[in-house]
Design a protein around this ligand. Sequence first.
Ligand code: ATR
Length: 286
Amino acid sequence: MIDPNRPRACVTGWPVSHSRSPLIHGYWLSRYEIDGSYERIATPPGEFSRFAARIGVDGLRGANVTAPLKLAAFAACDRHTDVALAMGAVNTLWREGAALWGDNTDVEGFLGNLDEEAPDWRREVRSAVILGAGGASRAVVYALLSAGVERIVITNRTVERAEALVKAFGPKLLISEWAEASSWLGDADMLVNTTSLGMSGQDQLDIDLSRLRPGAFVADVVYVPLETSLLEDARKRGLRTVGGLGMLLHQAAPGFARWFGLRPSVTPGLRSLVEADIVGANGKSA
Ligand code: ATR
C-alpha cells in the first residue's frame, strides 16, 4: 500500500536507467533523515501526459525530467517559471493545486557550480566563448547574461542553432564559424564547452587554448570523464578550470527543496559518492 503522506519524487526519461539523480536525492534523503523516496520511472515518448497525471497523487510530489522528454514536459505544464519559459524546456515538475508547474534548474546548476568552484568569476568575466548551441548552451547563455557578462561568442557545428540563440537572446551574442572558434579566445575571459565532445565514447574536442589569457576560466558541462581532455589541457596551462559534475549536483537542489521541504547542500561527501559511481561505471565500460 502506498502511503500518500510519505513524500516521493522520481526521475523520468527514456531510457532512465543511467540517471544519477536517484543517487543524489537518495544521499540527501538519508543525510537529512527524511522518510521519503526517490525512484526511476521510465516514460516512453508519446506517453508523457499519462506520466504527468501521476504527479500530485499518492505522495508523488514531483519529478526530474531527462532526455528526451524535456520538451514534452514543457508542453505538459500548465505553468512555467520564467527560466523554463526562456529555455523552452523543463527538467523539474511539481503540482500546486490543480496546476502542473515546470522549472528548468540547469541555469541555477551552472551558476551554483561556478560560484562554488571559481567564486571570482563574477568580478572577472566580461566576455565568454561558448562551444555548442543546444539545450545546455541555452542555459549557459542565460546564466552568463543574468550575471552581467557583456559579450558572448557562440560557435556551433550547425550554424542555424547558433542563430536561433542570437534571435532569442539578442545583440550581446555574436556567432563565430566553428573552425574559427580559437581565434576569439584572445578576447575571452571564459570558455565553456556545452557540446558532447570530450565525453567518454564521443570524439574529442579540438581547440587551441594558447590564445586564452593567463587566469582565464575554462568550464566544461561534460562530467564523464570527470576531467575531460579540455580541462586537462587547461589545467596544464595554468588556467582556472571548472568541471561539469557540480552543475549536475547543483541543478538537483531546487527540486529536492520543493518536494521535500529542505534546501540541501552540495557537500564533499555527495561529490565523492557520485565521482566514485562515475569512475566505477567508466571502469566497467572500458
Ligand atoms: P544538450 O541538451 O546536452 O545541449 P543537444 O541539444 O543535443 O544536447 O546539443 C548537443 C551539442 O553538441 C550541439 O551544440 C551539437 O552540435 P549540433 O547543433 O551541430 O548538432 C554539439 N555536438 C554534438 N556532437 C558534435 C560533434 N561531433 N561535433 C561538433 N559538435 C557536436
